[in-house]
Design a protein around this ligand. Structure first.
Ligand SMILES: Nc1ncnc2c1ncn2[C@@H]1O[C@H](COP(=O)(O)OP(=O)(O)OP(=O)(O)O)[C@@H](O)[C@H]1O
Ligand SMILES: [Mg+2]
Length: 249
């Protein structure tokens, strides 16, 4: 599904170049729910932006299915972004002038994919995420958790291969966080979605199949949940973060 190999990215600030990603390699399989963790400034957002091709990597490879993203031209990239990737951002980015249902349909409209089928899919997504009752409301009239569930539904409208989420629970209280995580789980179970979620929150990450922890520009550790209970997995994640702090000093 998604394979990242030896990805490098540096930022130029004045005459100095800061290397943020120093050879990141990872794989996300179809239907997996993977969390990316790591301290602030460790390059999580940079990694996500490279995968979505919003910023060019310096070197390395990013393959989505059989497509090497680094080699695509602008038009092909726009097509991949619109049809094969779904995005969920921290601050939702819903359009205030559109209803919940219209917001969900937006990527289909942009991609010229609007049809009876996509309209039916929007209604199906509203059912899956428990927002059918509010689908004709505007963003100003719904709660934070409902906005984020709308954003998750919108990310799924074009049947993307992969959903990329940057701190999707960052602005939410614990109840809304649970609702968003539940919507990702539903997307995975009911719709076979593949999800790659950046989060600093060990609670949110504990629902994932796997957590990839970045440190100093590389994958420092990968933790598989396997059959571990969620609470125990969260403890493992907290231990790992603590270990990382310890080996700092
Ligand atoms: N456009 C930019 N120009 C220069 N430096 C940048 C730029 N964007 C990010 N950086 C630097 O790169 C490093 C990694 O940033 P990034 O946003 O990827 O971190 P992050 O892990 O997402 O952090 P956070 O948890 O705070 O969101 C930071 O030191 C940041 O200051
Ligand atoms: Mg970030």
């Amino acid at each position: 599904m998604l394979t990242v190999e030896n990805l490098r990215k540096s930022y130029q600030v004045g005459k100095t170049s800061y290397e943020v990603l120093k050879g990141v390699s990872l794989h996300v399989g179809k239907g997996e729910f993977v969390a990316v963790m790591g301290p602030s400034g460790s390059g999580k957002t940079t990694l996500l932006n490279c995968i979505s091709c919003y910023i060019p990597a310096d070197s390395g490879s990013i393959r989505l299915g059989k497509t090497e993203l680094a080699r695509l031209g602008e038009d092909d990239l726009a097509e991949v972004r619109n049809k094969q990737l779904g995005f969920v951002f921290q601050d939702f980015l819903l359009l205030d002038g559109l209803t919940v249902r219209q917001n969900i349909l937006l990527p289909a409209i942009i991609g010229g994919l609007i049809s009876d089928q996509t309209e039916a899919r929007a209604d199906q997504l509203c059912e899956v995420f428990g927002i059918a009752g509010i689908r004709d409301k505007y963003p100003a009239e719904i709660s934070g958790g409902e906005k984020q569930r709308t954003a998750v539904a919108r990310a799924l409208i074009n049947h993307p291969l992969l959903i990329l989420a940057d701190e999707p629970t960052g602005n939410l209280d614990s109840k809304s966080t649970r609702a968003v995580i539940r919507s990702f789980q539903q997307a995975k179970e009911a719709l076979e979605a593949t999800i790659f979620m950046v989060t600093h929150d060990s609670y949110a990450a504990s629902f994932c199949d796997r957590a990839v922890i970045l440190r100093d520009g590389v994958v420092w550790r990968t933790l598989e949940r396997g059959a571990t209970e969620r609470e125990a997995f969260q403890d493992q994640l907290l231990d790992a973060v603590r270990d990382m702090g310890r080996s700092d000093s």
